[in-house]
Every structure is written in C-alpha cells, then in structure tokens.
Design a protein around this ligand. Sequence first.
Ligand code: MF3
Ligand code: CO
Ligand code: CO
Length: 264
Amino acid sequence: MSIVIKTPEQIEKMRVAGRLAAEVLELIGPHVQKGVTTEELNQICHDHITKVQQAIPAPLNYHGFPKSTCISINEVVCHGIPGHKKLKEGDIVNIDITVIKDGYHGDTSKMFIVGQATPRNKKLVEVTQQSLYAAIKQIKPGACLSDIGATIQPIAEKEGFSVVRDFCGHGIGEGFHEEPQIVHYRNKARLKLKSGMIFTIEPMINAGDYRCKVSKKDGWTATTKDGQPSAQFEHTLLVTDNGCEVLTWREEEAELLPQVISHS
Ligand code: MF3
Ligand code: CO
Ligand code: CO
C-alpha cells in the first residue's frame, strides 16, 4: 500500500464522514458529567452513529477492540476501553470517535474536563490542543511531513511536557489506518505533502515522561509509565491547493481554528 491521493468523489465522502465524527463529539459533550460511566457514554455514541447517522463505529471489532469508542481518562494515553468506571470531579477525558460512512472513515478526538481540573491538568489540555492547531496551520502542499513533529514537540516541551512516541497519526480514507504514519515528535520524514492527501494529526502529550505501557490484561489500554496524566486531540485533514481543510472541524473551535486554512 502507498499514499492515496483522493479523487474529488472520495474527498466528498470524506467530508461527510468527517462531519459525522465531529457531530458525535458535539453530541456527547453535555453527557460528560460526574457520575456517568464510560460505558454509558459509549452507548450514547454507538446508538447515535448506528441509528441516527446510519453509519458504522469503526473501533468496534477493529483488531478485536470490544467497543465503539475509545475513552481515555487521566493517565490513560489512548485506546481506553469503555466500562463501568464512573467519571469523577477533576478527571480529564479523551473521547475518540471514528465513523465509517459510505465506505470512508472520519476520525477525531477531544478532551473533556469533568468539573474543575487542577491548573496543571488544564494547562496540559490547553497545550495539547494548541500543539494540534499549530501543526494544522503548517499544512499545505510542499510542506514536509517532518514539519508536524517539529511544530508540536517544542510547544509541549516549553511547558515541561513530553510527546508520546509509541502512537502516531495516519493516512485515512477507505482504510482506518493508511500510509503515511504521522509522528508527533522531531523526525526526518522528508515526504512532501500533496494536494488530495488526507491524514490525521493526533498528538498525545504527557505531563511527565513520554514513555507508555499497554495493559497486559486487555491488550489495549495504553497508560503513561510514570502514572502522570496525558492529553490528546485529533483531527482528520485534507491537503488543499493552498493549505488544508479540517474535515472534522466543530463550530466551537471557530475562534481558535478556521475550518479552511488558505496560505495564498
Ligand atoms: N481512533 C484511534 C486513532 O485515532 C484508533 C483506535 S483503534 C481502536 O487512530 F481499535 F482502539 F479503536
Ligand atoms: Co486516528
Ligand atoms: Co482516533
């Protein structure tokens, strides 16, 4: 497999899938409250995706993943499996949604804060979001894949945080995870971006050490090795002729991130 340059017809289907994934994050927001279980949040998302959107939740049964969404609390870096755990005051929670509509994937995640978080956790969430937005603003034809990590890593490290190395962004389309891999730390990926590429950027930033471990019990849940918290935001992006289009953009982001970015 190689990098797919999407046709106008494929791009239109990716716009639809991206919008649906974004809509699930909008819809779940009011339910992210103290006392709710992650299984209940998963069920609301699953029902909306399957019944209202007539779409498919991509994580369900993906390489054996057992649920329709990933929900990752505090020291869980990614791939948290929804279950009986209740959200509590001060938790920072990532919900990662991937839908398949008409054969194409839309993939996006954001952080939610339950009640009041500590100043450090708030900072971690803000900086992670800013690092994603700064990287998105670099995307245009001719930019290098390595510009992404070169943008994200200094933003994280300036605050004393670290960039996760074990998980990365990815091309996306008919496949959930297509080429290329998009790493979020400094690297030498010389590949030049081209109009029509579609990929995710999804930095995971740890408050402490960058290292992670995956649960031996469930084979999925990735946590920080040092037990400190981690945050993540993710968007699916289309490279346009002069910038990029955020296919999973939400209205609430309008002040910080335009849906369409033009550099000419
Ligand atoms: N949505 C994740 C990503 O951003 C992948 C989840 S795979 C799963 O790439 F199997 F855990 F759902
Ligand atoms: Co992704
Ligand atoms: Co995702």
